[in-house]
Design a protein around this ligand. Structure first.
Ligand SMILES: C[S@@+](CC[C@H](N)C(=O)[O-])C[C@H]1O[C@@H](n2cnc3c(N)ncnc32)[C@H](O)[C@@H]1O
Length: 198
């Protein structure tokens, strides 16, 4: 357990080379969440795309008044880790499925973190779910990726000044089992103020 927030993550299993999750030792990926706590102070939060659960642990550590975090991810790694996480963090709930058609489960949501599949129509479907749930804020990762940007900027017009966008950029270094080399990839995360704008 050696990471910026001293999070005890000994029970987390994170296969190398697959999805790029939040790096607990990268200040540029951790510090935005401190700002989000100050701006949003979320009580009820949803995460779309959990992977190993690193961002789940960051949110549960930094959100001072958090009542519930619900993560959606159809992957097996998330399923395994969510079982462990639940033992230490009872406020965490996990569903092994997309959020699509499950929006009815949620009311009075403060924040949805959109970080699921970044290709095809998935980003757009995730935002469609967000617009049904109507959270106070949306934070969306990897808006530098083409299909995420198409959904956020073109279809849902989240870059409109009325949403008071805030952006954070980071470099994420990890081995890519797809590309077979050590990658340092750029990432951009955006926060959008939705309340008052539906
Ligand atoms: C970038 S990772 C999430 C990283 C995590 N939020 C973090 O910051 O540590 C993307 C995840 O989205 C999941 N995923 C793929 N399709 C999805 C869907 N339709 N709904 C939710 N998650 C999905 C993948 O299984 C993968 O674990």
């Amino acid at each position: 357990m050696s990471n910026i927030l001293n999070i005890d993550n000994h029970y987390i299993h994170e296969p190398t080379g697959q999805w790029g999750g939040t790096d607990l030792n990268n200040p540029d990926m951790i510090n935005p969440w401190r700002e989000i706590q100050k701006i949003v102070n979320p009580k009820k939060t949803i995460e779309i795309g959990m992977w190993a659960g690193n961002a789940s642990l960051v949110m549960m550590t930094l959100f001072e008044n958090l009542e519930s975090l619900v993560s959606y991810d159809p992957g097996r790694v998330s399923e395994q880790n969510a079982k462990q996480i639940k033992k230490y963090w009872p406020r965490h709930t996990y569903y092994k499925e997309p959020i699509w058609n499950n929006e009815y489960r949620h009311t009075d949501i403060d924040l949805i973190f959109v970080d699921g599949k970044h290709i095809g129509d998935a980003p757009s479907k995730d935002l469609a779910s967000c617009f049904k749930i109507k959270p106070r804020y949306i934070v969306m990762d990897n808006i530098e990726q083409p299909e995420v940007r198409l959904a956020a900027r073109n279809k849902y017009k989240l870059f409109d000044v009325k949403y008071e966008p805030l952006y954070w950029s980071y470099s994420n270094t990890k081995y890519s089992s797809d590309r077979k080399y050590n990658m340092c990839s750029p990432g951009i995360m955006g926060l959008f103020k939705m309340e008052g704008n539906y």
